[in-house]
Design a protein around this ligand. Structure first.
Ligand SMILES: *[C@@H]1O[C@H](CO)[C@@H](O)[C@H](O)[C@H]1NC(C)=O
Ligand SMILES: *[C@@H]1O[C@H](CO)[C@@H](O)[C@H](O)[C@H]1NC(C)=O
Ligand SMILES: *[C@@H]1O[C@H](CO)[C@@H](O)[C@H](O)[C@H]1NC(C)=O
Ligand SMILES: *[C@@H]1O[C@H](CO)[C@@H](O)[C@H](O)[C@H]1NC(C)=O
Length: 397
């Protein structure tokens, strides 16, 4: 037999073997049941047994709705572990039986070689929390996110759905080489503060072939994110893909390497944007590239906003101290729901550097005149066909 074929066969049977030997740990064998008021204990017991297995293991949640008050799924585990969700894990409603305040519901923590798989749903039952004011931050910060990944490495999250979270659907912190593939986020447009996936202080995160429908940012990229790839993601409803907001807190780490390609934004409030607070703490964001993006009826399709102040209550609006550089917006086409197709509003103190706009073709179908673009404290390099023309409007105040 040809040596190459041998190697292929060995690799193939090796794969089969590693799958075949994954020991199954079914939550229903540890007392979990669809009718039970809380399956947290059964789930935790199952996770712990699987995590302690010296060979590959698989936690299985079969079809059915399983109420779970909290799921701290903590490593390190002894071998690769799969969390196979075929049913629904259902969170308590705020104030309902088993409800715990705090920002965590299902939490994968300190796990290497984790696979989250299955056609199942993480259901946050967040309806009653949406629309509540959270100016003081306490309320918003004190209701659970559906899924947290803390210090997870070399892992994949695929096929599963997160639905109706009480705040962010997914928070990624301190992770490295974590891929979301064929992942789904579902919540209505009204669900404010429910970012789809928020990433911070992580590297090598990939979000691929994913559909995110929610009431806030589709994907938000926080400080310390390095080398994130977002490709073939469809967003909408929601607020679009955004880097930031940056500069709110002291000692934020740089954002380096953001690659957003082949994405579609449908009826989102913004398309692709980079936002920093005015009068901010120092910071930087560089090497950010947005290419092959389709906009369908999107407000602010392309936006750098260094005067980001959503509640318009920034006390001493001075220029942002976050340096933005090496940014490209290429091959962006479709329709804008506002007459401002692209807007680059940079900091007076630290103007944006090395910004390229190339082949942008946007149409505005409304009645407020022709489509425009606006530039402030930036001198973008313009390439290819640009509609609107670069920096076509006079500066707004
Ligand atoms: C990244 O994680 C995937 C999934 O576990 C793994 O197959 C791959 O080898 C990892 N890459 C590196 C460079 O470790
Ligand atoms: C960035 O990520 C890509 C794929 O996600 C990987 O191939 C590459 O090595 C990473 N680069 C750095 C500098 O981490
Ligand atoms: C987007 O997808 C098309 C078709 O698969 C591909 O040709 C193109 O290179 C992709 N764009 C980027 C920037 O990767
Ligand atoms: C921006 O790109 C230029 C040219 O590729 C490079 O020399 C520079 O180091 C980059 N800036 C940052 C902050 O990475």
């Amino acid at each position: 037999m040809d040596l190459n074929i041998n190697i292929v066969l060995i690799a193939f049977f090796g794969m089969l073997a590693s799958h075949a030997t994954a020991e199954v740990f079914d939550v229903t064998k540890n007392g979990a049941a669809p009718g039970s008021p809380d399956n947290a204990e059964a789930l935790l017991k199952t996770w712990k047994a699987a995590c302690a297995s010296p060979t590959a293991s698989k936690v299985v949640v079969p079809k059915g709705v399983f109420k779970v008050s909290a799921a701290p799924l903590v490593g390190p585990c002894k071998a690769p572990i799969e969390f196979n969700l075929e049913g629904t894990l259902q969170a308590p409603q705020v104030g309902g039986p088993g409800y715990k305040s705090g920002d965590t519901w299902v939490n994968f923590d300190n796990v290497d070689f984790l696979t989250v798989s299955g056609k199942g749903i993480f259901d946050g039952q967040g309806q009653s929390t949406w629309g509540k004011k959270c100016d003081a931050q306490e309320y918003c910060g004190n209701v659970p996110m559906n899924l947290r990944f803390n210090f997870v490495k070399n892992s994949i999250v695929q096929d599963v759905t997160t639905k109706d979270s009480k705040q962010f659907h997914v928070n990624v912190l301190g992770c490295n080489n974590l891929t979301f593939q064929n992942f789904h986020v579902i919540a209505p447009k009204e669900s404010l503060n429910t970012d789809g996936i928020h990433v911070g202080r992580s590297s090598g995160i990939k979000i691929i072939d994913t559909i995110i429908e929610t009431g806030d940012d589709c994907i938000s990229i926080g400080d310390g994110t390095k080398n994130i790839t977002i490709t073939k993601v469809t967003c909408g409803p929601g607020h679009g893909i955004s880097v930031g907001s940056l500069g709110k807190y002291p000692n934020e780490e740089p954002v380096v390497g953001v690659f957003v390609t082949n994405c579609t934004m449908k009826n989102t409030m913004n398309g692709v944007r980079i936002k920093t607070w005015p009068d901010s703490k120092p910071g930087s964001a560089t090497d950010m590239h947005f290419e092959d993006i389709i906009m369908e009826n999107v407000g602010n399709p392309v936006l750098i906003d260094q005067e980001y102040c959503p509640a318009a209550n920034c006390k001493n609006p001075g220029p942002s101290k976050v340096k933005i550089s090496n940014v490209s917006f290429k091959k962006i086409r479709g329709t804008s729901s506002t007459p401002l197709g692209w807007k680059l509003l940079c900091s007076l103190k630290l103007p944006c550097e090395n910004v390229v706009v190339s082949d942008i073709d946007l149409k505005y179908t409304g009645s407020e005149g022709p489509i425009q673009s606006e530039c402030k404290n930036v001198n973008p390099t313009a390439e290819g066909t640009l509609n609107p023309k670069p920096c076509s409007t006079p500066l707004s105040s």
